[in-house]
Design a protein. Structure first.
Length: 155
C-alpha cells in the first residue's frame, strides 16, 4: 500500500504568486475626501498627492522583496464636536525596503512577515487588524481603531 499526504494543497501554476505586485488600494474602512475635490474614496491612494510606488516582488526561490514601500505619514483625528475625521498627510522621501521568505500555502493564500495574504485572480489582499489609530483632536488619546486593508495588483 502506498500512502502520501501533504499539509499544503498543490498550487495551481496559473495562480502562482511569483511576479510583481503593485499597491493599488489603501483602505482604512471608511471613505474620505482628503484632497477636497468633492469626491470621497475608500482608497486613500486616490486622495493623497504623495508618490506611491510600492511593489512586492515574489521570486520563484521563495523570496519576497519590497523596494519602495509606502511610508507616508497619515495622522487621523476625530472632531469631538462634529465626529468628522481630520487628516494630516506628510509625504515622505526615500525608501523603506524589506526582503523575507514567503510560503505559498495554496493557490489563493501566501504567507510572509507572519501574515497570511489572500490572492483572488490578479489581486493580493493583506489585512492588518486594528492598525489604524484615530485620535482625539489634540492627539492625546486614541478614540478609535480601524483595520488597514492593502490591495496589490499583479503586473
Amino acid at each position: 500500500m502506498l500512502s502520501s499526504s501533504c499539509s499544503k494543497e498543490e498550487v495551481d501554476n496559473d495562480q502562482t504568486v511569483v511576479g510583481i505586485w503593485t499597491l493599488t488600494n489603501y483602505d482604512i474602512g471608511f471613505s474620505a475626501d482628503i484632497n477636497n475635490d468633492g469626491i470621497k474614496s475608500f482608497n486613500l491612494l486616490d486622495e493623497i498627492d504623495c508618490r506611491v510606488n510600492e511593489e512586492l516582488v515574489f521570486e520563484s526561490n521563495g523570496t519576497v522583496v519590497s523596494n519602495d514601500s509606502f511610508h507616508h505619514i497619515i495622522d487621523i483625528s476625530k472632531s469631538e464636536l462634529t465626529s468628522a475625521y481630520i487628516f494630516a498627510v506628510e509625504c515622505s522621501e526615500g525608501y523603506v525596503s524589506f526582503a523575507t521568505s514567503y510560503t505559498q500555502i495554496s493557490s489563493n493564500m501566501v504567507e510572509f512577515n507572519d501574515d497570511t495574504s489572500l490572492i483572488n485572480n490578479n489581486q493580493l489582499t493583506r489585512v492588518f487588524e486594528n492598525a489604524i489609530e484615530i485620535y482625539n483632536e489634540d492627539f492625546t488619546e486614541v478614540v478609535e481603531v480601524k483595520n488597514l486593508t492593502l490591495t496589490y495588483t499583479k503586473q
